[in-house]
Structure formats: C-alpha cells, structure tokens
Design a protein around this ligand. Structure first.
Ligand code: PML
Ligand code: MG
Length: 286
C-alpha cells in the first residue's frame, strides 16, 4: 500500500437524514488506496440502494485522506462458531459467553431486551452501538438515538487475502463475516470488555458475542425474526476513560494486519473450557 490511503464511509437513511432522526438503513467502512476510491464509492452506492431494509432517501459517502504510516495495525480476533440449533439455544450460548467474559447476568438480559425492542428511545434500530456498564447496565453513549458508530477500520490487502483463504473452506468467505470481524476486533482493541451483536438485516439471523477472553464467537439463530437488532458494547467503567474510548471507536483509523485462528463449529462446553490463545494487542493511550 502506498503512503496515502483513503477512508471511504457510507451511511444511508430513510425519511430524513440521520442527523434529523431518519431511519438507519445501511452503513459501510473501507480504507483503500487512491486507485480503489472510485470503485469503492460505486460498490457502496449500490449496496446502500439494495438493502433488505428498503431503499434509502439519503446516502452520505465521505472520503478522507489518511497517512498510512499513522494508522495503527492490529490483530483480528480469533473466529469460531458455537453450535446452536434454535433461538433458545442461541440465547443460552450468548448468556454463557457474556457471563464468562465478565458481564453481569441482569446486564446481559437488559442488552438482549434492547436488541429485541430496538435500542433507540423510539424502539428503532440505531446507526451506532449502545455502550453499557458491565456491572450496572447503565447506558453510557452520549446520544441514545444515534449510538456510537465504529468507524475507520479495514484489513490490509494481505490480511484480507489470508482471511478469505481461511474462511473459504468453511463457506464463510462473505463480506458480512469479514466486516463484522473487523469491527469487533477494533471494538475489543479499543478497550471493550465484550460485545453482543445481532444484524439489523431482517433476513440475517447469525449474530455474535466477542470478548477479550473468548475472541469472536458466531452464534446461529441469535436474531429472532422479531428482533430489531443492533450492537451493545460492555465496558468496565473503572477501566476506561469514556471520552477517549469513544474517540478511539469513532475516529482512530485501524488496519487489521494479522489474522488469528479461524475455526469451524464447536460446542459451547468445549469452547468455554479452551483458553483463548489470542493476546490483546497494545492499545492506544491517546
Ligand atoms: C451485520 O451484518 O449487520 C452483522 C452481522 C453479524 C454476524 C456476521 C457473521 O456471520 O459472523
Ligand atoms: Mg447492517
């Protein structure tokens, strides 16, 4: 990759723009070379216009020049899929994985309620994520209508190729999996204890729990068809400076330069017994 790269970001909304409370339809994030900017914009445009949530009225695509040498390079979380055959089992797995990661039981229930109901005060999906204190369940994101949108992350070309090579035999070489893993890896690197995510796409039922301890654990059937979906980031309030943490999530550009283990389906018990081999990469202190 050459010296300057470009962050290309897309967000699409219906009714009114996001800033005026429009319904979030779609979003995407890439960091690409100068030659790839035009084709990336084209791909994002067609993605925004062909989303399962319907056609947007407002599409915002931003392009920002970044200095390659200043971008932090981090490792991806290790990826695995837990065995679950229905929504009930999926919820059980999510609860156990989050408990094992240090989130309190009642806080987990509150997070699941929000993903079911839609986390914004109006009961809709949000453009960004909920931030929740892992001990008390208190919501910490400054704007509960918008949430915190994780931005400026992608893979280096070599890491993207390596990830595809590992995902392909599992039938998982899909942009959704890759984008979710990039986001989840940045989220944990930024100081998050654990995350739960269900897609806001009504047709996509696989969700995940990720954490410092367990890596990225995909959970089939986590999203019930009635769920609105979204993301909840759990933090230990005493461990993070909230302002710096949110700035890292939203603004600090990150490239995933190293891929960790990629595994197929495992049952919950063996997954919880295994000690995660992944070590937290160094975190920004800014
Ligand atoms: C999304 O695309 O909205 C989130 C998808 C989360 C799960 C991706 C996966 O299959 O690993
Ligand atoms: Mg989505």
């Amino acid at each position: 990759m050459e010296e300057a790269v470009y962050s290309v970001r897309m967000r699409a909304a219906r009714g009114t723009p996001h800033e005026k409370g429009g319904q979030h339809i779609s979003g995407a994030e890439r960091i690409v070379s100068s030659q790839q900017v035009a084709s990336t914009v084209q791909q994002m445009l067609s993605r925004a216009k062909n989303h399962a949530l319907g056609e947007p009225d407002f599409i915002n695509i931003s392009i920002e020049r970044l200095e390659f040498s200043k971008i932090k390079q981090i490792a991806a979380l290790p990826l695995v899929t837990v065995k679950a055959s229905d929504h009930g089992q999926a919820l059980y797995c999510a609860r156990q994985l989050l408990l094992a990661s240090g989130v309190q039981g009642q806080v987990i229930e509150e997070a699941i309620r929000l993903l079911a109901r839609g986390p914004s005060p109006g009961g809709r999906n949000m453009r960004g994520a909920v931030i929740m204190d892992a001990q008390s369940g208190r919501r910490l994101e400054p704007d509960p209508w918008r949430g915190v949108r994780v931005s400026r992350m992608d893979y280096t070309p070599q890491a993207a190729k390596e990830l595809s090579r590992l995902l392909e035999p599992l039938g998982l070489d899909h942009f959704r999996v890759k984008e979710a893993l990039a986001l989840a890896s940045k989220v944990i690197w930024a100081g998050t204890l654990a995350e739960i995510c269900c897609s806001d796409d009504p047709h996509y039922t696989i969700g995940y729990v990720s954490s410092r301890r367990l890596g990225y654990v995909r959970i089939p059937y986590l999203k019930h068809h009635s769920f609105k979906g979204g993301r909840v980031f759990f933090v230990h309030l005493q461990e993070v400076n909230l302002t710096e943490y949110i700035a890292r999530l939203q603004e600090e550009p990150v490239l995933i330069a190293q891929i960790s283990a990629v595994q197929g389906v495992k049952d919950l018990t063996s997954l919880l017994e295994e000690k995660c081999q992944w070590t937290m990469p160094e975190r920004a202190t800014s």
